[in-house]
Design a protein around this ligand. Structure first.
Ligand code: SF4
Length: 380
């Protein structure tokens, strides 16, 4: 077990799990099924529990999701975490059913624009306090707070400012049962911002994650690079490995997380940071209840397969995302972005939209764009 004797973080309680302090690193994952598909979601919860998940997250976007969660709750004793999107008020509906929820500061600007973010945070803190819930302030590079992320602002500074601002708001309301996450698809950025946050707020527990790490084995390798550096310096209290895997292999997220934590505890450092210097990079989200077509995982696999031939010869990032909610933002820093809709895939090059394509047509068009970028750089 990882030695946590020197941990300075405070303890945060989420159901039967205590995160932070000298407690073992809590392992968590997130269901990729539609929450309204109760049977499939329960199947995945059991798969993750059997693998040893301490906390299991589910996305809630609508009243129908809340109704589904009521049924799910009857069938599982798992520590459930709800991922709130724009519809933050659903926190009150799900609170009696869960142990923790996560909100994203970047998403509090979309609904009820007449209300201030501070008022929304107050509402969330009151809900958490009234139901003894833990909370996560989950900052993500792909959906940064628009008030922090101007055109010219560095994403790292915007992420840190956002986390700091929300910690101050939440603590100012007298609430301390919360953790923070600062996630990026770039493992180096994850290391830097978590180190800086930990120096700034040493007592606040950190949830670590490399978002959109992608398919195996690359996703596990990228995550290991960040986690090894952070966990070995005492940073991180709970972890999530985000992998693009088929639904029946979701337990891989827990298996990989446990392997990394055990290896760090035993002093077995296996990561090769030079992996990140590879030029051709495919990133993809782990999918969740919001995924718009289950062909998403195959799409990501196909993108990876057809671009293997570029190997080390060209520096290019392709991002593949599962939905229209986060797809546009999460692909912003890639050279080519693809994100799913129910019957088509949206494609963009840099910030320029190239339109929507059928699932069986988009790969050819994407490859044409890759070739065009390579030719425009004179690298052909
Ligand atoms: S991009 Fe969409 S489908 Fe993928 S994990 Fe994020 S919210 Fe879920």
């Amino acid at each position: 077990m990882l030695n946590r004797e020197n941990s300075r973080t405070r303890e945060v309680t989420a159901g039967s799990v205590v995160i932070g302090g000298q407690n073992p690193i809590a392992l968590q994952s997130m269901c990729a099924t539609r929450t309204t598909d109760i049977e499939a979601t329960l199947r995945q919860i059991h798969l993750l529990q059997d693998a040893g998940a301490d906390l299991i997250r589910i996305a809630i976007d609508s009243k129908k999701d809340v109704e589904a969660l009521q049924e799910i709750r009857k069938e599982t004793t798992a520590n459930l975490v709800v991922d709130l999107q724009e519809n933050y008020r659903l926190a009150a509906d799900v609170a009696p059913l869960i142990q923790k929820f996560r909100y994203n500061p970047g998403h509090l600007h979309h609904h009820e624009k007449s209300k201030s973010v501070a008022e929304k945070v107050k509402f969330l803190v009151e809900v958490a306090g009234a139901h003894n819930l833990a909370m996560r302030i989950g900052v993500n590079f792909g959906s940064l707070d628009p008030e922090q992320k101007g055109e010219e602002t560095d994403s790292r500074e915007a992420a840190l400012n956002s986390a700091r601002q929300h910690c101050q708001m939440v603590e100012g309301l007298g609430f301390k049962n919360f953790v923070v996450s600062l996630k990026s698809s770039d493992p180096r950025a994850v290391v830097e911002i978590n180190r800086r946050f930990s120096e700034m707020c040493p007592e606040i527990p950190l949830h670590l994650g490399v978002t959109e790490a992608g398919l195996l084995p690359d996703g596990a390798i990228k995550t290991r690079i960040a986690f090894e550096q952070l966990l070995s310096s005492g940073i991180g209290d709970t972890v999530r490995v985000s992998l693009t895997v088929p639904d029946n292999q979701k337990d891989q997220e827990i298996i990989v997380a446990r392997e990394i934590v055990e290896d760090v505890a035993a002093g077995r450092f296996r990561s090769v940071p030079e992996f990140l210097d590879r030029k051709f990079n495919v990133i993809s989200c782990p999918s969740c209840s919001r995924v718009e077509n289950h062909a998403f995982v195959e799409l990501a696999q196909e993108v990876k397969r057809v671009t293997e031939k570029y190997g080390e010869s060209h520096k290019l990032t392709i991002a593949v995302m599962g939905c229209r909610v986060n797809g546009p933002g999460e692909t912003d820093e890639a050279d080519i972005g693809l994100w799913c809709a129910p019957n088509h895939v949206n494609l963009k090059r840099g910030h320029e939209s190239l339109g929507a394509f059928k699932y069986d047509e988009v790969i050819a068009r994407m490859l044409a764009e890759v070739e065009s970028i390579i030719a425009s750089r004179g690298e052909g």
